[in-house]
Design a protein around this ligand. Structure first.
Ligand code: SF4
Ligand code: SF4
Length: 294
């Protein structure tokens, strides 16, 4: 099973939940940081990094001497990453999405592929979960291509180990967040009982519901603000899988890079119950789909 931990905004507690959930999940499990722009799951899980490799994407390079400046490539590129200007052809590798359309349409076959460094993939182990993360190169604007590389390695490891995966997704509802949750079996939305929390939860629910995966909510800092988030979840049909109390000991543990589920039995039970709730949500979705196809 792949579980994605997401939230409509940063700072809701997504990484805290990911680390604690991975810590109590029945092994084998792989904790994955797909928040490649700002990965910080390793600060809590403290893995021993055992491997690292650079990730690249293909970008076009033009044999200018044999280019006829026909513009077919610049006309097809939706991202203005290759362009004929007067009597020169220019490429802008940083804007390229690697779709390959320019090479496909070039009548002279003068486009080849060069490489653009996206960042690094790192993996390792902890006393509990296996660990995997992507780390975007400073200055790289697009994170989905690197995320795809991380997901390829994850897929291989899941096939080799039969493990489950807990994914710490990027915050928000833009392309990287959707990319991180789209392959999950269950999406867990982390929110907090504040007006901002409610607003961003609504955005996340709206953005992810068309993916068609079962979703549940973790209310972090429960007791901090107002109760509107509970009515919101009820109206949207989103089950509340766990409530993490607004508690000073959690803030202290967080500031020291500790995992909440390791603070006390009380907090550990919150996350073992959450793990059970997620499994239940996944199996009820499987049962629902089987009934639908019967
Ligand atoms: S590979 Fe796609 S995005 Fe990149 S320059 Fe060619 S057409 Fe544009
Ligand atoms: S499609 Fe090929 S020949 Fe035409 S402008 Fe682009 S690179 Fe040159």
């Amino acid at each position: 099973m792949i579980v994605a931990i997401a939230s409509g905004k940063g700072g809701a507690g997504k990484t805290t939940v990911s680390a604690s959930l991975a810590g109590v999940w029945s092994p084998p499990v792989i904790a994955v940081d797909l928040d490649v722009e700002e990965p910080n799951l390793h600060l809590f899980l403290k893995p021993e990094i055992t491997g690292q490799e650079p990730a690249h994407m293909d970008v076009p390079e033009v044999d200018e001497e044999n280019c006829t400046l026909c513009r077919a490539c610049s006309d097809v590129c939706q991202f203005k990453a290759i362009s004929v200007m007067g009597d020169v052809i220019l490429t802008f590798p940083e804007m390229c999405h690697g779709c390959g359309a320019c090479k496909a349409v070039c009548p002279e076959d003068v486009i080849s592929y060069g490489k653009r460094l996206l960042g690094d993939i790192l993996w390792g182990r902890t006393a509990g979960p296996e660990f995997l993360m992507g780390r975007l190169r400073v200055g790289e604007a697009m994170s989905p291509p690197l995320m795809r590389h991380v997901k390829v390695r994850l897929k291989d490891r899941l096939a080799e180990t039969g493990a489950d995966a807990i994914i710490d997704a990027p915050p928000g509802v833009s392309c990287p967040a959707v990319n991180a949750v789209m392959d999950a079996d269950v999406i867990v939305l982390v929110t907090e009982p504040t007006p901002f929390g409610c607003y961003d939860l609504a955005l996340a629910h709206q953005a992810f519901k068309n993916i068609g995966k079962p979703m549940g909510v973790v209310v972090n800092r429960a007791g901090l603000g107002e109760d509107a988030v509970y009515a919101q979840c009820r109206d949207a049909g989103l089950p509340i899988l766990a409530e993490i109390p607004y508690d000073r000991t959690i803030a202290e543990a967080y500031s020291r890079g500790r995992i909440i589920s390791e603070i006390s039995d009380r907090f550990r039970h919150i996350f073992t119950d959450l793990a059970g709730g997620i499994r239940e949500l996944a199996s009820s979705d499987v049962a629902r789909k089987e009934a639908f196809h019967a």
